[in-house]
Write a protein that binds this ligand. Structure first.
Ligand code: AMP
Length: 307
């Protein structure tokens, strides 16, 4: 089972009520690929960085056996840079700086070895680029997950709608679901968004967990109540990477296997927030993941019938 992940690989600067960092590795594809790498060794990444991107950051991905043949390094250009500040509740944040740099003219080139992935994750990235990736694949993957954010709704809504028509599932947060649908009720928002293309929808609610919609059903997974949350950056991408990784291991893809994958994704995201940047999800053990997933499973399903 191979997973192709396309998205940003970035410099992030983060401010939370607990402290701040200057330039750590970030980006939707970086977080998602690290997370998915705990489920399969066949994770392939397509992204672009500038010549300023440190080798030690790329080494974190290589150490997790993420295939970087599709990572372009643009000489003479600067990497994507994002700066965010979290509010006291740690659930909401402001994007203070978004410098697209290399992302501005990103042409996602797919190496021959990347063709025919089983699963495709279109991480948060310009919707035009997300579409190009689907078009450049010889065969449609079995399953396509798309992530996005308000930034693209603000500046590229028409293109976003075109991408939505091509994917199986969309993963967004509650605020974005409301913006995309124009509905306050998340149930109404979900119904509306599912008429835009995707058959399934995940709405992430930060520390309040995630909702899965599809096949006329709703599944709710709470987030694990954690004593300490240092930095929620990347939690959504880590969640999506874990979700698609777990789904890749399932015998078939349907609402029930997706519900299980949501629990796996939530477990991965719960690690991500424990330290600044991606640090925590570079060094997990299989035992830690199994224990945390079991803890989650008990929260969702105390009788133990499902997990
Ligand atoms: P998350 O916290 O999961 O929503 O993801 C945060 C990550 O998204 C950060 O590491 C950023 O580098 C990345 N990011 C922020 N804005 C954008 C954007 N406009 N396009 C692509 N990636 C972005």
């Amino acid at each position: 089972m191979s997973i192709l992940i396309v998205g940003s690989v970035a410099f992030d600067a983060i401010e939370t009520p607990f402290g701040q960092t200057e330039r750590v590795m970030g980006g939707s594809a970086a977080y998602a690929a690290l997370s998915a790498s705990y489920f399969t060794e066949d994770v392939r990444l397509v992204a672009v960085v500038g010549e300023d991107f440190p080798d030690e950051y790329l080494q974190m991905l290589k150490d997790r056996k993420v295939d970087l043949e599709g990572l372009q390094v643009k000489q003479g250009e600067k990497s994507f840079f994002w700066k965010g500040r979290y509010h006291n509740d740690m659930n909401s944040r402001d994007s203070l700086v978004t410098e697209l740099n290399v992302l501005e003219n990103f042409d996602p080139i797919l190496p021959a070895s990347y063709q025919k992935p089983s699963l495709l994750m279109l991480g948060n990235l310009a919707p035009q680029v997300q579409q190009l990736v689907i078009k450049r694949l010889e065969e449609r993957p079995d399953f396509i997950l798309m992530d996005t954010m308000n930034f693209w709704m603000d500046i590229a809504l028409d293109e976003l709608h075109k991408t939505l028509k091509l994917v199986d599932i969309l993963s967004i947060n509650d605020e974005e679901a409301r913006q995309l649908s124009g509905e306050y009720s998340l149930v109404k928002a979900a119904k509306k968004i599912m008429t835009m293309g995707p058959k399934y929808l995940i709405i992430k609610k930060g520390e309040h967990g995630a909702l899965l919609f599809g096949e006329g059903k709703i599944f709710y997974a709470p987030a694990l109540p954690l004593e300490e949350v240092f930095d929620p950056t990347g939690a959504g991408d880590t969640f999506a990477g874990g979700f698609i990784g777990a789904l890749g291991k399932a015998s078939e893809i349907n609402f029930e296997t997706m519900a299980r994958a949501i629990v796996a994704g939530s477990a991965m995201a719960s690690f991500c927030v424990e330290k600044f940047g991606p640090e925590r999800i570079t060094q997990l053990t299989d035992t830690e993941i199994a224990e945390r997933t079991a803890k989650f499973g008990r929260l969702v399903d105390p009788e133990g019938d499902l997990f």
